[in-house]
Design a protein around this ligand. Structure first.
Ligand SMILES: Cc1cc2nc3c(=O)[nH]c(=O)nc-3n(C[C@H](O)[C@H](O)[C@H](O)COP(=O)(O)O)c2cc1C
Length: 187
């Protein structure tokens, strides 16, 4: 069994998503002591408190269970209109409930944004940071991973640019270090 169980969430539902490709590349190349599962957000209904009061939808229960079972999250997201995509915000809204005891509370999270633009989704990065902090997640402050020109770095569903792969690995290393620190402080 791996020492560290990470859950990767993609902010894009697109079949050929570059952001999902970033996660798949990481998943394929994790060291033996780290397991990374990749999840897309298909099937998560729109947040509706009436729906929640009637009983949490199965896809949301699964999302919450997977988040709770993980030691940390890697969120890879595009930027839509200067923020995170609604699909991702919606899933995070579901995951942030119940507010005082949600699976997001205290969860270490690494944010990765990417875009074909040279700005690399930097505004979605800031948006995610604010929203995740609002639900009391432990956002990794360094490094902030912003990948510009991502369409030129992905081929056949995987990252083909070695510098980008190395950058992603360093970032996951930062997340792993934060989780170790947290474990030591709780021991
Ligand atoms: C509705 C919409 C809004 C977008 N807004 C932005 C934006 O504000 N900044 C940006 O860099 N790219 C923007 N894009 C382009 C996305 O970064 C691009 O489609 C990206 O490849 C999507 O990520 P994916 O490959 O993981 O699906 C937008 C795309 C869509 C569909």
């Amino acid at each position: 069994m791996s020492d560290l169980r990470l859950l990767g969430l993609s902010g894009s539902l697109r079949r050929e998503s570059n952001n999902t490709a970033l996660l798949r590349t990481l998943q394929d190349s994790m060291p033996a002591d780290i397991e990374l599962s990749v999840k897309t957000l298909h099937g998560i209904p729109l947040y509706d408190q009436d729906l929640e009061n009637r009983g949490t939808p199965r896809a949301v229960v699964e999302l919450r269970v997977e988040i709770a079972a993980s030691d940390g999250l890697v969120i890879c997201s595009p930027e839509y209109n200067c923020g995170m995509p609604g699909v991702l915000k919606n899933a995070l809204d579901w995951a942030s409930r119940p507010a005082s005891a949600s699976p997001m509370k205290g969860k270490p999270v690494l944010i990765v944004t990417s875009s074909p633009a040279f700005t690399g989704g930097v505004r979605a990065q800031a948006h995610l940071r604010e929203v995740l902090t609002g639900m009391l997640a432990r956002v990794i402050v360094w490094p902030q991973v912003v990948i510009a020109g991502v369409h030129g770095k992905v081929q056949n569903g995987r990252v083909a640019d070695e510098t980008t792969v190395q950058f992603l690995h360093e970032a996951v290393g930062g997340l792993a270090a934060e989780i170790s620190l947290l474990r030591r402080s709780l021991a």
